[in-house]
Design a protein around this ligand. Structure first.
Ligand SMILES: [Ca+2]
Ligand SMILES: [Ca+2]
Ligand SMILES: [Ca+2]
Ligand SMILES: [Ca+2]
Length: 323
């Protein structure tokens, strides 16, 4: 009689009845999302050759029974890119609508981005939107954002208006269609029922590389396993993830001290020197106000060439600041 229930893939205890299984919820959510994308179209023609599109230009309309998609419009399902990812040991699909790539920099998944956005449920009710550009650290948001936003690039240029506001020209513009598992899932958030698929529209203006622990290694490089998640990498198993750990290999020498420092002096207006692949600018200053710029960098080294960088190798203890 103990064989009555289906055999599960692992031996983990059964979750309480009020906790929904991520995999089962994903099947439901993906059905909802595909259903939405197959029954809604958007004004694709308005984005063709548009030099400065906005997320507010996006108009999504429901396709009624027997209706065909109008000229200069496209069914969402025919326009979105389908993406797959694994999160919380669950296979997910989500959908990205690219309205404008933007010509600027592409953020890393761990960077801070400046953007405007609007979020709504599949029933079109808006649960959140920004009035002015906001800055978000992508590591502190729902999973879907860290995956979708870095597919776009920042704006071409901006102008400071007289009233203190800034106008951005030619930003990255898009929308993401997320299952609840890449959103708030069972979490409570204002205006969002639990297990809600989410739609976000956004326009991306600027990005800044984060180094959360200030150890000289940009956070995106502290994603050792390359799964676009900095929170599951812990080289020295001290329960502090590398991106917030200032001594990643736990050898007693701070990561920062294990990076080779360099200093460059250039004249104002001159372009930067060519930096090495694993060399990062940590400071740029004009100490004497004479037009001479001092650029300080650090370079990640692998001094014994074993494929493990010094700051992740507890057997290498080179301290560049220990004289
Ligand atoms: Ca770091
Ligand atoms: Ca990772
Ligand atoms: Ca670190
Ligand atoms: Ca160390």
């Amino acid at each position: 009689m103990f064989n009555a229930c289906n055999k599960s893939d692992d031996d983990s205890p059964k979750e309480p009845d009020n906790v929904v299984d991520r995999g089962e919820q994903q099947i439901i959510d993906n059905d909802s999302l595909v259903g939405y994308l197959e029954t809604h179209y958007y004004n694709s023609g308005d984005f063709v050759g548009n030099p400065n599109p906005s997320m507010n230009d996006l108009v999504i309309t429901e396709l009624l029974d027997g209706e065909t998609v109008p000229v200069d419009h496209t069914l969402l399902m025919d326009a979105v890119q389908t993406r797959t990812t694994v999160f919380s040991e669950t296979d997910y699909e989500y959908y990205v609508l690219k309205l404008n790539q933007g010509p600027g920099d592409m953020p890393n998944f761990s960077d801070t981005v400046r953007l405007n956005y609007s979020g709504n449920l599949l029933d079109e009710s808006v649960f959140d939107n920004s009035i002015n550009p906001v800055d978000f650290d992508l590591t502190g948001l729902i999973r879907g954002w860290a995956l979708a936003i870095p597919e776009f690039s920042t704006s071409e240029s901006f102008v400071e208006n007289g009233d203190g506001t800034v106008s951005y020209y030619n930003p990255g513009v898009g929308a993401m269609f997320l299952p609840s598992g890449l959103g708030y899932f069972s979490g409570v958030s204002p205006g969002i029922p639990i297990y809600s698929p989410l739609i976000f529209r956004f326009e991306l203006y600027q990005t800044r590389v984060n180094d959360h622990d200030g150890d000289g290694v940009p956070s995106y490089l502290e994603d050792i396993d390359g799964n676009l998640d900095v929170k599951d990498d812990d080289t020295n198993d001290n329960t502090v993830a590398d991106y917030i750990d200032p001594d990643d290999d736990g050898d007693g020498i701070p990561t920062f001290n294990e990076l080779e420092p360099k200093e460059y002096e250039i004249n104002d207006g001159d372009s930067d020197p060519m930096f090495a692949v694993k060399e990062f600018v940590i400071n740029r200053s004009e100490p004497d106000n004479d037009g001479k710029i001092i650029i300080k960098t650090v370079t990640i080294k692998d001094s014994n060439n074993d494929g493990t960088d010094d700051y992740l190798d507890k057997n290498i203890k080179i301290d560049y600041y220990d004289n």
